[in-house]
Design a protein around this ligand. Structure first.
Ligand SMILES: Nc1ncnc2c1ncn2[C@@H]1O[C@H](COP(=O)(O)OP(=O)(O)OP(=O)(O)O)[C@@H](O)[C@H]1O
Length: 338
């Protein structure tokens, strides 16, 4: 459905009098199969929106090639546009017209008859829990309802491939969870291929068949969430030792099952009464550890086992936590323009 090779996008920017060049996307290769749901994950400013805008023909690549739904994004941009749905970060609904009229107009822009656009629009309203809102102005809708209306606009012409740019940014947790259900449904009910950008780790995890991580304009990983997690880190085992004098002994025993520390660092970290380490397949290794500790009369207050998260994946790949990468990203209002 999507094949990209060596996609590059550079922007000229100005800092005072000095002109600089930003390489927002820096040699991206992508392959997305029909029916896949892809989570395109990366910190602010990583190049997600810019990649999406090239794939949706809104921005001509500086270098590289891409085909989307079988058509070249530069030479056959019109055909690409007819085949895809695109829901941008800022949405595509006006504020004043009635929602249903906007939907019909949008469908007609794609060459549908008014009657077809109405029938299909009403069907989508019902699927996306917007019943009763056909005659409403979007400005009177909640954030979640407006986002779902954006999705109706993106789907009106029955595209088989849908691009969603940060679909849940700015929504409260309940509206986000609700939208997730609808996105998951897109594939289930319509067999649609979905390519969504997000910087929410849980969102990428919950929705995607495969996750593609971009950082500084380059793809740094592409695999299923489980494979990504399995490749890069074991489970985090955290022991809380009851007797402070026995912490060092507990650490020694945990060390016996821990992964080797990177760069010669100790694999086991001691923090007060807590002893932590990464352990491959903790579910298998921990029962042995517990009986070791019992034999040595080392009592525990608690034990916690954390499966690796996508943030651990990002940390292992880049040395930064995704959250730190977010907070250190340069703020640039132009990156939001769609
Ligand atoms: N029109 C533009 N002119 C100059 N620089 C730009 C422009 N658009 C994007 N950039 C820069 O390109 C880089 C990538 O931006 P992009 O919006 O693609 O990132 P993103 O991963 O989508 O971020 P976010 O999660 O904040 O939307 C950033 O450094 C951004 O400042």
């Amino acid at each position: 459905m999507i094949h990209a090779r060596g996609l590059v996008q550079t922007f000229q920017t100005r800092e005072g009098k000095k002109k600089t060049q930003v390489r927002a996307v820096d040699g991206v290769d992508l392959d997305v199969a029909e029916g896949e749901v892809i989570g395109f994950l990366g910190p602010n400013g990583a190049g997600k929106t810019t990649t999406l805008r090239m794939l949706t023909t809104l921005l001509r690549p500086t270098e590289g090639t891409a085909t989307v739904a079988g058509y070249d994004v530069v030479k056959e941009s019109e055909k690409v546009r007819r085949s895809i749905g695109y829901v941008s970060q800022s949405g595509s609904t006006g504020q004043f017209a009635r929602a249903g009229d906007e939907v019909i107009d949008h469908g007609m822009l794609y060459g549908m008859t008014g009657a077809d656009a109405r029938r299909r629009g009403q069907e989508l309203f019902s699927q996306l829990d917007l019943d009763g809102l056909w005659g409403r102005q979007p400005k009177t809708m909640s954030g979640g309802q407006r986002r779902r209306l954006d999705i109706v606009m993106g789907l009106i012409h029955e595209p088989t491939l849908v691009f969603l740019d940060e679909p849940t940014t700015g929504l409260d947790p309940q509206a986000r969870a609700n939208l997730w259900t609808h996105i998951a449904d897109l594939r289930k009910r319509r067999g649609a291929t979905v390519f969504l950008t997000t910087h929410y780790l849980d969102e990428a995890d919950a929705l995607s068949d495969r996750i593609i991580i971009i950082d500084h304009g380059k793809i740094i990983a592409a695999d299923t969430s489980d494979n990504l997690k399995a490749q890069v880190s074991g489970d985090l085992v955290d022991l809380e030792v009851a007797d402070p004098d026995l912490v060092a002994q507990a650490a020694k025993r945990l060390d016996a099952i821990a992964e080797t520390g990177q760069d010669g660092h100790d694999a086991v970290e001691i923090d007060g009464n807590h002893v932590r380490a990464r352990v491959q397949r903790a579910g298998k290794a921990v029962p042995g550890l517990l009986s070791d500790l019992r034999e040595a009369d080392i009592d525990l207050e608690s034990i916690e086992v954390h499966r690796p998260t996508l943030d651990d994946v990002f940390l292992t790949l880049t040395g930064r936590s995704l959250r730190d990468a977010e907070s250190s990203a340069p703020a640039d209002p132009t990156s939001k323009e769609n």
